[in-house]
Design a protein around this ligand. Structure first.
Ligand SMILES: [Zn+2]
Length: 455
């Protein structure tokens, strides 16, 4: 019996008695293919990649592109070559955008995101990303910028774009995490249902410019994007306030509570608990840290689900300064964060797509049923699904409290459960037992106008 078959049999042994009773707990989803991908993440390679990355001195978006050893031009060519070298299965390219002068771009600038695609059986896409551009705001870095009256000098004519900006942690950490996962997924030999896209972004420090240009093009071309796992500042364990935490990662996602981004965040917590149980996932019910941002927002702005990973405690004095060096990156911790990304992305890429729970007109497929007092859930079938799992919870909570696996159907009735009192969702389950994101029925915002008052 192949390990894969053994996994299926084990899964059925768990599923069948539970199905007979109509109700079941979430089965353990420890597919050996995912475990193997998680185990293949190499701390040594993360360190080696980061060491070369910082050797370019700066990767500032308007730094030199003509030197073979320094600046963003040399750095992006090395990232390209390294990803191409790491596996013949990766389709590596520059995703190039010429940006007009605007905001912090004082002149027209060619930005190149470095992209590696691992084709799956279907065109639906899962992104793993980090930004490779770096920044130095001078002494004090982001700490000085955070201070009252701190200003951003980037748009000034005399700003030094070639100043030393190693960006080891911001966001060398997310860059090498992305590069390492590209290698690990491609070299796993696993064929995924979803197409995996690994991108190192440019122009983040000027306002998410490289990722915005990319996400805009995706939306215009109606590309189905299921998830963006974005990583920005994920390698430091020692906060500037002295607090040390090497066991926690923060995962931010934009609301409302029933958004697909929140569904993605819950998915990260669930898959990490199975595959990286030694790491604590701290889900944050906000788009990002207070007043700060990153490239995941380029995706959510276009309606694509996204989360951003952030280290547990930051050192603001090192960020955006010449002090953001390799000494500030803890590679065992960075490797753990890479494993968390790997577990979630691999499981999601093996699962069917999430079922649609709205019709073509955008109306919820949720009614009170013929009785007027039941919850009647309907959904569109997902390709590859063999069963579905419905979930519900009190409206005043933020995670599913009840789950029930139903057969290969597109409708289910929960008798005498009020759709006014609970939130409902549906996930698709594939033949291998992997579950999709959960699509929630989101209560629509009711529109109303001011009444006309005579006096
Ligand atoms: Zn950053």
């Amino acid at each position: 019996m192949t390990p894969h078959r053994a996994h299926l049999v084990a899964l059925l042994l768990v599923l069948l008695p539970a199905l007979a009773h109509g109700q079941m707990a979430v089965p353990p989803d420890a597919d050996p293919r995912v475990s193997q991908i998680v185990a293949a993440v190499s701390e040594a390679r993360l360190r080696a990649l980061a060491t070369t990355l910082v050797s370019f001195g700066t990767r500032e978006s308007m730094s030199t592109t003509t030197s073979p050893t320094r600046g963003i031009g040399a750095a992006r060519q090395w990232i390209f070559d390294e990803m191409a070298r790491s596996s013949p299965r990766l389709q590596v390219s520059f995703d190039t955008h010429v940006i007009a002068p605007q905001g912090r771009f004082t002149r027209q600038t060619e930005l190149r995101n470095v992209m590696a695609v691992l084709p799956g059986r279907s065109p639906r896409r899962i992104y793993i990303t980090g930004h490779y551009d770096s920044l130095s705001l001078g002494s004090g870095g982001q700490q000085a910028r955070n201070a009252p009256g701190g200003e951003n000098p980037q748009a000034r004519a005399d700003f030094d774009h070639d100043a030393e900006a190693p960006g080891a942690n911001d966001d060398g950490s997310g860059t090498v995490l992305t590069m390492e996962l590209a290698r690990v997924f491609a070299e796993s030999g696993v064929t995924f249902d979803a197409t995996l896209v690994f991108i190192c972004w440019a122009g983040e420090e000027q306002g998410l410019v490289g990722s915005s240009a990319h996400a805009q093009a995706l939306a215009a071309a109606r590309v189905p994007v299921e998830a963006n796992f974005n990583n920005d500042i994920v390698g430091n364990v020692r906060g500037g306030n002295g607090v040390i935490d090497a066991e926690t990662v923060r995962v931010y996602s934009v609301g409302p509570e029933d958004s697909m981004s929140r569904s993605l965040a819950r998915y990260v917590a669930r898959t990490a608990a199975i595959h990286v149980p030694s790491h604590r996932i701290r889900l944050m019910a906000r788009e990002d840290r207070f007043g700060r941002g990153s490239d995941h927002s380029s995706f959510t702005r276009q309606g694509f689900p996204a989360v951003v990973f952030r280290e547990a405690n930051e050192n603001f004095a090192k960020q955006h300064s010449a002090a953001d060096t390799l000494e500030g990156v803890d590679f065992p911790y960075l490797a753990q964060n890479a494993r968390v990304n790997a577990a979630a992305a691999a499981t999601l890429a093996l699962a069917p797509p999430a079922p649609a729970v709205i019709d073509e007109r955008g109306q919820n497929l949720l009614t009170r049923g013929p009785s007027g007092y039941d919850a009647q859930l309907r959904w569109n079938a997902s390709p590859g699904a063999v069963a579905y799992r419905i979930a519900w919870r009190d409206t005043w909570t933020n995670d599913w409290q009840h789950r029930q696996t139903v057969g290969n159907v597109t409708e289910f009735v929960l008798p005498n459960v009020s759709i006014d009192d609970f939130v409902f969702g549906v996930a698709a389950i594939g033949a291998d037992g992997h579950e999709s994101l959960t699509s929630a029925y989101v209560s629509p915002v009711r529109q109303s106008a001011d009444v006309k008052v005579v006096k």
